[in-house]
Design a protein around this ligand. Structure first.
Ligand SMILES: [Cu+2]
Length: 215
């Protein structure tokens, strides 16, 4: 069983945020204390400090270990996120100005990402025009959609429902309206949807809509 990507991303976030807040307080408080303790009035003749080897080793080694810890925590999540399990259900994700579309192995297409609850979902991400970024905040996943290149992400749905998809890379006029949804369905409902032929091209309708917005 693979570790949960959401947990991995959140853990890394809290480790980094926790260390940052700790040092913000530690350094801030010590700084204020020293400003008061060593002000000119109390120390008319400043002492001549030339160096402290022990202290310098300490403030090199500790931050190095902390930074390595942050890196490995982030890298573990990154590696998991980019390597989909073998038995994943694959969907092609295509970014265009300014909407997302999804293509399935059986030729099914949609402008909403429908997925079954029980399968890991592998996304093959590309773009037809400019750079976009495929972002699902609830799943803590984001990946660039680049013309002529395939990028990969995967996720394991854990709850039924509908989650926002956004474009996270400025891609022109209607970038801010480049939204879609992931809909996690019960397996049976998904089977039914998957095996129903496409309705009269829903993508064409959406293309017309986005042309209207541009006028
Ligand atoms: Cu975009």
């Amino acid at each position: 069983m693979r570790p949960n990507i959401v947990d991995q991303v959140d853990t890394t976030f809290f480790i980094i945020a926790g260390i940052s807040v700790f040092f913000l307080l530690l350094i801030g408080i010590i700084m204020v204390y020293f400003v008061i303790k060593y002000n000119k009035k109390r120390n008319p003749i400043p002492s001549n400090v030339t160096g402290n080897t022990k202290l310098e080793i300490l403030w090199t080694v500790i931050p190095t270990l902390l930074a390595l810890g942050m890196f490995f925590s982030g890298y573990a999540g990154f590696k998991n996120m980019r390597n989909a399990p073998e038995d994943s259900f694959t969907v092609k994700v295509i970014g265009r100005m300014w909407f997302w579309s999804f293509e399935y192995d059986n030729g099914k297409k949609s402008d909403t990402l429908y997925v079954p609850l029980s399968r890991p979902i592998k996304m093959e991400i590309t773009s037809m025009d400019v750079n976009h970024s495929f972002y699902i905040p609830s799943f803590r996943e984001k990946e660039d959609a680049i013309p002529g290149r395939k990028n990969y992400l995967w996720f394991q749905p854990t709850a039924l429902g509908s989650y926002n998809i956004e474009c996270a890379e400025y891609c022109g006029l209607n970038h801010s309206a480049m939204y879609s949804k992931v809909v996690v369905m019960p397996d049976k409902d998904f089977e039914k949807w998957y095996n129903t032929p496409n309705p009269v091209d829903s993508l064409n309708t959406q293309k017309k809509d986005s042309t209207l917005i541009n006028k």
